[in-house]
Design a protein. Structure first.
Lengths: 272, 289
């Protein structure tokens, strides 16, 4: 009896897990399936082909979009790490007038709905002449309030003696942050890097607004416009190929660093 | 750190943040409020409109429809999200084999772009050849117009969004479940409590803060619903999946009604704040009862 219950339990659990994984498997298979068979296979297609991908590469400069996304996300991640750790350090380990006020503002702006700032920020981009430049995809993401809070917390847990010793050795504050403290807060750096990279990589609404020039589009933006617009000519296979192309880098990274992804994204929820 | 730290240096270190805040948060908030009193298409000069935009919001049928659509989405999405996430977390919290694998599987859609998930489900939910309808037909049921029936389309999108995000909330609940002291369950076992009694009398009250957090997070996420209807249905059929954000986006970037869409944005943002406050009250009251 106990055995039967156990088997039943794992059967239900496995079904649940499959319902999360199978759609991705189907999409991957479908992207290698000739158009006429996509609507009929469930597990294995009758025939495999590279035609969908070949057709995708000939219709849109998707490899360029991949490059754009990598450049933009890398810049945003790098900037967020540097500038947020500077601010986080000042807010946790230095004393100055206005410090607590800045911290209150920080908490307050974190909960500011993006809908209030969306349109004015678009207008700023127009007035600055940043439409159709990398600047509009990077400068507005220069610092990240959540990252500052995470760095502040991490720096708070570092013993004062370590900082004092560095100061006695004649280290400037900047060098303390980046050469003495950074090696001690690796988990925080990984968490912030994953969070910022992922949110930058997955952002679609903002690029749709500020980028019209095809060669500057980010990957999710190009795939979105490809799926919505007429370029895919209602061919499922080509659309799915572009979705696979967009998912692949993240799925591969996730397969290797699954633990870090889960920790990071869960901690972003917990900090609120 | 006895003295104030070396004069200007701390200010220098927070200056990128402050500058950024000033330009991309403080200015936009102020400008957004000003904008609500004007008509503006960005190209020609701004045109004073008094309270015209605000009056228009009240009488704009399509906007209220988009709000209703968004609420319909939330009404399906939030309860489902909490129940499924809690159930899966409760299971994963037991001593089971391959826990890591199951956790990774549930979490997979969370890391993948909403664009991918939407394109994928658009095919799976297709009327003629979508897998779901083919399965329904094979067990003798009829086809469902998942994305073509105005009564169903928004529910389909809510189901898909739940499928995409639930893994994140499973992890949050798992963290919450691990904070419940084991002694409570042991004491209940001595009293002969059933599994269900332990769950409703101990687990649920103990993880109330996590439930509230999940509710707020999925409310905020749900209110910003955009890319799913944008790709899947374009807001149709018959505007049944037009979400508030999609409507505001269209007003601003398809019709260039900057003043009006800023008004809609501000109005909607205030509504979101109000809903979250009400939820907080509700949960606190529950806890006192």
């Amino acid at each position: 009896m106990k055995m039967v219950r156990k088997i039943l339990f794992y059967l239900v659990l496995t079904t649940a897990a499959l319902s999360f994984v199978y759609p991705f498997y189907w999409m991957l298979m479908a992207s290698f399936t000739p158009e006429k068979y996509i609507g009929s296979f469930i597990l294995f297609p009758h025939e495999l082909t590279f035609e969908n991908f070949r057709s995708m590469f000939s219709k849109i400069p998707i490899e360029r979009a991949l490059l754009n996304s990598i450049i933009v996300s890398a810049i945003n991640t790098g900037m967020a790490l540097v500038f947020s750790s500077m601010a986080g350090y000042a807010l946790s380990r230095m004393r100055f007038r206005g410090r607590s006020l800045i911290f209150i503002i920080l908490i307050f702006t974190m909960s500011l709905p993006f809908l209030i700032t969306l349109i004015p920020n678009y207008i700023l981009m127009v007035k600055f002449g940043w439409i159709d430049t990398y600047l509009s995809l990077t400068i507005p993401f220069l610092v990240n309030a959540l990252a500052i809070i995470m760095f502040r917390q991490a720096f708070q847990s570092i013993p004062q003696a370590l900082i004092d010793a560095a100061r006695i050795d004649g280290c400037g504050e900047m060098r303390i942050v980046f050469t003495i403290l950074w090696p001690n807060i690796k988990p925080t750096i990984i968490t912030v890097a994953i969070l910022v990279f992922m949110s930058s990589w997955n952002e679609v609404l903002w690029p749709l607004i500020v980028i019209r020039e095809e060669n500057l589009m980010t990957l999710p933006q190009m795939v979105t416009l490809f799926a919505v617009g007429g370029r895919a000519e209602a061919q499922l296979g080509v659309k799915l190929a572009s979705a696979v192309f967009l998912a692949a880098p993240i799925i591969i990274t996730y397969a290797f660093f699954q633990k870090y992804f889960i920790q990071s994204m869960a901690s972003s929820g917990l900090k609120d | 750190m006895k003295k104030l730290n070396k004069g200007y240096l701390p200010y220098l270190m927070v200056s990128p943040y402050l500058l950024h805040l000033l330009v991309f948060a403080a200015f936009p908030v102020v400008f957004s409020i000003i904008l609500t009193f004007f008509n503006w298409n960005i190209i020609s000069p701004m045109e004073w409109n008094g309270l015209g935009n605000w009056k228009h919001v009240i009488s704009d049928r399509l906007f209220w429809k988009s709000i209703l659509n968004t609420l319909k989405f939330l009404a399906v999405h939030i309860p489902l999200q909490i129940i499924i996430a809690l159930a899966l977390a409760e299971v994963l919290n037991q001593k089971i084999r391959f826990r890591g694998f199951f956790r990774a599987a549930f979490f997979m859609p969370v890391v993948i772009s909403g664009v991918v998930v939407t394109i994928m489900w658009q095919q799976l939910l297709g009327y003629e050849n979508g897998i779901i309808n083919r399965l329904l037909v094979s067990v003798g049921l009829g086809k469902v117009g998942w994305l073509t029936d105005p009564d169903v389309a928004m529910i389909s999108i809510a189901l898909m969004a739940t499928w995409k995000n639930v893994g994140l909330y499973v992890i949050l609940f798992l963290v919450g479940l691990q904070t419940v002291p084991k002694q409570y369950y042991e004491a209940a076992d001595l009293e002969g409590a059933s599994h269900w009694q332990k769950f409703t009398r101990i687990t649920i009250p103990m993880i109330n803060p996590t439930i509230f957090m999940v509710m707020v997070l999925s409310t905020l996420g749900g209110f910003s619903l955009f890319i799913e209807p944008y790709i899947m249905t374009g807001g149709g059929p018959m505007n049944s999946t037009l979400s508030a954000v999609l409507y505001i986006y269209k007003e601003a970037f398809e019709y260039y009604h900057m003043g009006y869409s800023a008004t809609l944005g501000l109005f909607f943002a205030l509504m979101i704040v109000l809903v979250v406050i009400i939820q907080k009250r509700f949960i606190e009251k529950e806890r006192h009862d």
